[in-house]
Structure formats: structure tokens, C-alpha cells
Design a protein around this ligand. Structure first.
Ligand code: C5J
Length: 233
């Protein structure tokens, strides 16, 4: 199969679809939907909601093309045994992780708010990685899942841009994965943090990876002549 070429920043991103995975990071009700934990913290969830529709399109295209799709969820065991005291205490919140929240116990596995938004519901065949931290590789089997499929290229979507997305991209980059972040499929409660996080990823010649709008990725994925370069990897 030929490699695909996506016009991206800081320069074109080339990838082999057979070694690429779509990563959907923490698109959970508690972060994204109005009435969830994110909003209870005083955040405006509209920018996160705006990333759902373009991600839905990318998800459909990835499924159609046969890309591996991996979802992550931030959260903890019901007994909170994997919740660091520092994380539990952070923010001095009246209702924090493990406490009753608007959509069930906050960031606890199995609770309604911890689940992935309906629009992006995982298929039974798609791995869902539960993570106790911000980075998707920390204390998870994500690397093993990707290695087992010989994945090298990660197409990154999800929330929030400057927290779990950036942490994951940095971890992935150090492990040798080539990350393309889809700028309209990641979002933050804070537009200025989103913008700065995007700038940081692609700065210094792509120090952590590449950035492109999803339409560029979709065009490349569906174009048989996208790069015309036989895969050498
Ligand atoms: C946060 C995340 N923002 N998924 N989590 O606490 O980015």
C-alpha cells in the first residue's frame, strides 16, 4: 500500500494506513456534555462539544478504511485504589474525583459520566484504554496494544488539548510514534490554551508532531493517489 500525504504543519505528514491508528482521547460525558463534571467546575463545554461532530466524521472514515481505533477514558477504580492522594486533593474541590457528581461518581469507571459520549461510542471491537493519569501511556496497556499491531502513526483527537492530548502526544513522541493532531477534533475549555498547545506541538520543526485540520486528513485517507509513494517502512 502507498503512503498517504497530509498537508500539515510544520510540513507534510506522511503515513502508512496499515500502520496507523486513530486515537480518541477522553471524549467522556463528564468532560464534554453540558451538565457534567467539566461544567460543574465552571467551564463552558461548548468548545468541547464542537469537536464531537468532526471527530465523528473522522471516526467513520477510520472505521471504513480499517484503521485501528483506540479510545481512552480518564478515570479510576470504584475503590479509588489507583487514585494518587495528590490528584484527589488537587483543586480543593467541594466535589472531586470519587464523589457524587451530576452524572454519577466523578471520574469513576462504570459511572455514566465516565462513559464516552454517545456520538463516538466505541464498537465492541475497538480497544478502550482506561487511564488513571493525563497521559494515555502512563499505567496503561496502550503501548502493548499498538506494538501488537505494529502501529507507528497516531492520528490524535480528543480532549483537552493542553492536558490529556498534549500529555499523550509527548509520551507517544518519546516512544517513537509519529503523531498527527487534528486541530478541529481536539478542544479545550480555554481557547487560548488550545491555540498555544497546538503551537507547541508543531514548533521547532514538529518537536512533538504535526497538526492539520481533519479535512486534510480525510482527503488524504480517501485519495488513492495521495502520495503515490510506495511505503518503505
Ligand atoms: C482533564 C483531560 N482536563 N482529559 N482531563 O483533566 O484532559
Amino acid at each position: 500500500m502507498s503512503t498517504k500525504l497530509v498537508p500539515a504543519e510544520p510540513y507534510d505528514y506522511t503515513f502508512d494506513p496499515e500502520r496507523a491508528a486513530l486515537l480518541v482521547i477522553d471524549m467522556q460525558r463528564d468532560f464534554v456534555y453540558p451538565g457534567g463534571f467539566g461544567e460543574a467546575l465552571g467551564n463552558d463545554t461548548r468548545s468541547l462539544l464542537a469537536a464531537v461532530a468532526p471527530t465523528q466524521v473522522v471516526l467513520a472514515a477510520a472505521r471504513e478504511t480499517g484503521l485501528l481505533v483506540v479510545h481512552t477514558r480518564e478515570g479510576h477504580r470504584p475503590d479509588l485504589a489507583d487514585l494518587a492522594p495528590s490528584k484527589r486533593a488537587r483543586g480543593r474541590l467541594a466535589a472531586g474525583i470519587g464523589d457524587p457528581g451530576p452524572m454519577g461518581r466523578i471520574l469513576v469507571r462504570g459511572e455514566h459520566g465516565h462513559g464516552i459520549v454517545d456520538e463516538l461510542a466505541p464498537l465492541p471491537s475497538e480497544p478502550v484504554v482506561d487511564k488513571p493519569g493525563k497521559g494515555s501511556f502512563y499505567a496503561t496497556d496502550l503501548d502493548a496494544i499498538l506494538q501488537a499491531k505494529d502501529i507507528r502513526y497516531l492520528i490524535v483527537t480528543g480532549v483537552t488539548t493542553e492536558v490529556c492530548v498534549t500529555s499523550t502526544v509527548r509520551e507517544a513522541n518519546d516512544r517513537g510514534y509519529e503523531c498527527l493532531v487534528l486541530s478541529d477534533c481536539v478542544a479545550s475549555y480555554f481557547p487560548e490554551f488550545h491555540q498555544t498547545a497546538i503551537e507547541m506541538i508543531k514548533a521547532q520543526g514538529g518537536i512533538f508532531g504535526w497538526v492539520a485540520p481533519s479535512e486534510q486528513f480525510l482527503a488524504a485517507l480517501s485519495d488513492d493517489t495521495s502520495a503515490g509513494v510506495p511505503s518503505t517502512t
